[in-house]
Design a protein around this ligand. Structure first.
Ligand SMILES: Cc1cc2nc3c(=O)[nH]c(=O)nc-3n(C[C@H](O)[C@H](O)[C@H](O)COP(=O)(O)OP(=O)(O)OC[C@H]3O[C@@H](n4cnc5c(N)ncnc54)[C@H](O)[C@@H]3O)c2cc1C
Ligand code: FES
Length: 275
């Protein structure tokens, strides 16, 4: 395998650690062959449910938050799961040592700028998972990184402390005002864009926020890249169950598959009204 080989692999992994933090659960998963191909913005698909009685057919995708070596056993990927439905609860409650089937890394990552430009990174709740490693890569390239992080409350906010270590400036917004400013993440966008002087805006989170980011970036004359969460039943490009309406290079409407053409797409290419 070359170090630039980005094709996903299907591997047997193992849950190495599980730690609840507020309303989120941080997992460390042994994922041989996946961590090596990781780029910020890619995800891993996990087959959820007991392998013998496999009651849930669709794989569930999770952003890769970090990659770490585990003594002599290869690389582990860090995932951040919000337990909310059957699959995520199964994963969040799985005991350490549980064998897991994994496919990844999936899709196209965030594209990094050629020049060291100012960047604004916007994310809500667990979707900040790919934004932290992206911030590190951008800093390594000399980019000035500003973070805008939002959540419904403190329990669903990813570490504000880690954010302050990662970025030049951080704004935190919670809907209930339990930490940072009270309000909606989208409402803080114009000020964050102006104060950061961002030429590129990266975002991950719910569709409404991504749409707001794409629109605000365009108003500001900046490029945007958005990481979409579209349910991806096969996660391999075969079933066409994850189509996103986009504008093609020639300006004609077409569809992109979120799992292979995305999950990161240019904000100005998504036909938001048709989603
Ligand atoms: C690229 C990407 C990255 C993501 N990253 C994260 C992340 O970092 N953290 C996080 O918490 N979530 C993430 N998600 C969302 C995650 O994939 C799940 O949708 C979420 O965990 C809820 O899944 P669930 O099984 O708990 O909910 P459910 O409501 O049980 O299921 C979710 C989806 O699976 C379908 N489904 C349910 N049961 C079956 C079945 N038996 N057979 C077939 N289909 C079924 C549902 O229709 C639904 O579309 C991401 C999604 C995408 C696409
Ligand atoms: S999920 Fe099957 S093609 Fe994307």
């Amino acid at each position: 395998m070359s170090s630039t080989d980005r094709r996903p692999v299907h591997v047997g992994g193992e849950l190495l650690a599980s730690r609840a933090s507020g309303g989120l659960v941080h997992l460390s998963v042994l994922a041989p062959g996946i961590g090596e191909r990781f780029r910020p913005g890619t995800a891993v698909a996990v087959s959820v449910g007991h392998p013998v009685s496999r009651s849930r057919l669709a794989r569930r995708s999770y952003w890769i938050h970090e990659v770490k070596p585990v003594g002599g056993r290869g690389l582990a990927v860090g995932l951040v799961v919000e337990p909310r439905g059957a699959g995520s609860r199964w994963l969040a409650e799985a005991p350490v040592g549980t064998p897991l089937e994994l496919t990844g890394p999936l899709g196209r990552p965030f594209a990094l700028p050629q020049e060291p430009v100012a960047c604004l990174l916007v994310a809500e709740e667990y979707a900040a998972a790919p934004i932290f490693p992206l911030a590190l890569r951008l800093r390594e390239r000399g980019c000035a990184v500003t973070l805008l992080l939002g959540a419904r409350d403190e329990a669903h906010l990813m570490s504000a402390l880690e954010a302050r270590r990662t970025a030049r400036a951080v704004t935190v917004v919670t809907a209930d005002g339990s930490v940072g400013r009270a309000g909606r993440t989208a409402d803080a966008l114009p000020e964050a864009l102006a104060s950061s002087g961002a030429e590129v805006v990266y975002a991950a989170g719910p569709t409404a926020l991504l749409h707001a980011v794409a629109a605000a970036a365009e108003d500001h004359g900046a490029w945007s890249q958005v990481a979409l969460e579209v349910p991806s039943p096969c996660a391999t490009g075969l079933c066409f169950g994850c189509q996103v309406p986009v504008v093609g290079e020639a300006g004609t409407p077409r569809s992109a598959r979120a799992c292979v053409d995305g999950p990161v797409l240019r904000g100005d290419r998504v036909r938001w009204a048709d989603l």
